[in-house]
Write a protein that binds this ligand. Structure first.
Ligand code: FES
Length: 208
């Protein structure tokens, strides 16, 4: 089961109803989480976390090898949607141009990401951005909005990112919140590490 969708499709499929949107995101996350665990069973069945352990916070292994450039895959971890976005070179290039518009461009709020992702792209590998898909204001699920979108909620110079429909917070393609919005901090980057090329473990890392 391929749970990834293109960035444009994710944006286009967003519902206009906030509650329904959050429900859909969590449902999508849930099915992705099941699929990821199911794929892992033949290899690590003796280590596969139980449903109770997963709910309590056990790490979740994910196959990210099938994510196309510009697409996002949603994986459930601790009952939350975790996005893995594979950024294009153009998406990465857009990050540096917007620092003056951001609340915390250097990711100085330490609670929002592990130290190993406190860098310009907020990730271990520049191409893959991993973040909890929950707004840091009051917990709604932001929508992906592509660059060049006709979405009236973002400016004409929008370079792509995430828009929270609840109170209008906007985040760039590294999950960094724009100034003068209600969300106080950048989106959370969960602890994670790469087990191999295309294999990600969410909820566990090599930090002491
Ligand atoms: S919950 Fe996202 S802006 Fe309020």
């Amino acid at each position: 089961m391929n749970a990834s969708v293109t960035f444009d499709a994710l944006a286009a499929n967003a519902s206009d109803h906030d509650a329904e949107r959050r429900k859909m995101v969590l449902l999508t996350a849930g099915s992705a989480g099941v699929a990821v665990v199911g794929l892992a069973v033949p290899l690590v069945s003796s280590f596969a976390p139980s449903e109770r352990a997963k709910a309590a916070g056990a790490a979740v292994e994910a196959d990210i090898s099938d994510i196309a450039l510009g697409a996002v895959k949603t994986i459930e971890w601790r009952g939350k949607p975790v996005w893995v976005m594979r950024r294009t070179p153009e998406m990465l290039a857009s990050l540096a141009a917007q620092d003056s518009l951001l609340v915390d461009p250097a990711s100085n709020v330490k609670s929002q990401q592990p130290a190993y992702t406190q860098n310009a792209h907020r990730s271990i590998k520049p191409e893959y951005f991993v973040a909890v898909g929950i707004c840091t204001h009051l917990g709604c699920s932001p929508n992906a909005v592509a660059a060049g979108s006709a979405n009236p909620s973002v400016g004409a110079d929008w370079k792509g990112g995430f828009f929270c429909p609840c109170h209008g917070s906007t985040f760039d393609l590294a999950g960094r919140v724009f100034k003068n919005k209600p969300a106080p901090t950048n989106l959370e980057v969960p602890p994670h590490k790469y087990l191999a090329e295309g294999r990600l473990l969410i909820g566990e890392d090599n930090a002491a």
